[in-house]
Ligand binder design. Structure first.
Ligand code: BGC
Length: 255
């Protein structure tokens, strides 16, 4: 599938699922704007990797929980490449705290990094897409937890649930402009967000046992779905979510 000449912004684009998405979109031919908050050296290494594939990439340090910094991110993309075709709202964090013990700071952090960033990322990218004409694609990297409770991770579930409705509502609003809005909902993926689980053999075994495919996903397996949804394969997709979860949402212990 070719995304040759397209310009994509990936928030949280230098690590985990975001890094795999940056590489996947670049492999399909897109030029990439890698948003990051930490590890400029990882961003630089990724830029070189993308250049070696024949695409171009820039790194932009922007905290996506700030609307001003999101605007600066989109402005940097337009300054460098002249347009934005694909916006991937990927940046995310979780605190793994329950409804009983989540603090105000934790709540604000989780809601703003996951949900506020996706709302304003959608708004600012869509304004640019409308202004330049020709439509666009907005991909929200959500989670199985946009719809499926995760006890002990309440604020994260709220944020992902909000992204679910952002995808549906903005997808309907923006369809008339030729802008498709699609959610990609991963299950458990081998990335830094799941490090504590991966480092605990009994917890990992429990998680793997709950997944019909029997294992966590590799970040590339999520990136493939994002590239599909952002490309021609996704031409009739909007206002919905594709889950790539190894079946975990449907699994049943058969009791
Ligand atoms: C969460 C992980 C969790 C996984 C599957 C992800 O969205 O970030 O903490 O293990 O969903 O439940």
């Amino acid at each position: 599938m070719s995304l040759k000449g397209k310009v994509a912004i990936v928030t949280g684009g230098n690590s985990g699922i975001g890094k795999a998405i940056s590489l996947g979109l670049a492999k399909a031919g897109a030029n990439i704007v890698i948003d990051y908050v930490a590890h400029p050296e990882a961003t630089e290494a990724l830029q070189h990797e993308i250049a070696a594939m024949g695409s171009e990439a820039i790194g932009v340090q922007a905290d996506v929980s700030s609307v001003a910094q999101l605007q600066a991110l989109v402005d940097a993309a337009v300054a460098k490449f002249g347009r934005v075709d694909i916006m991937v709202n990927n940046a995310g964090v979780e605190t793994r705290t329950s409804v009983l013990d989540t603090t105000e700071d934790q709540y604000d952090k989780v809601l703003s990094i996951n949900l506020k960033s996706a709302f304003f990322g959608t708004q600012i990218a869509a304004r640019q897409m409308v202004a330049q004409g020709g439509g666009g694609r907005i991909i929200n990297v959500t989670s199985v937890h946009e719809d499926w409770p995760m006890p002990g991770n309440t604020a994260y579930c709220l944020a992902k649930g909000g992204m679910r409705m952002l995808t549906r509502t903005a997808g309907v609003e923006l369809a008339a402009h030729g802008i498709r809005v699609v959610g990609v909902g991963p299950g458990a993926v081998a990335t830094p967000i799941n490090l504590s689980t991966m480092q605990d053999p009994s917890l990992l075994a429990k998680l793997n046992a709950a997944i019909p495919l029997g294992r966590m996903a590799e970040p590339e397996e999520i990136a493939h779905v994002v590239v599909f949804a952002a490309g021609d394969g996704g031409s009739y997709l909007t206002a919905t979510t594709i889950f790539a979860d190894g079946g975990i949402m449907q699994s049943s212990v058969g009791l």
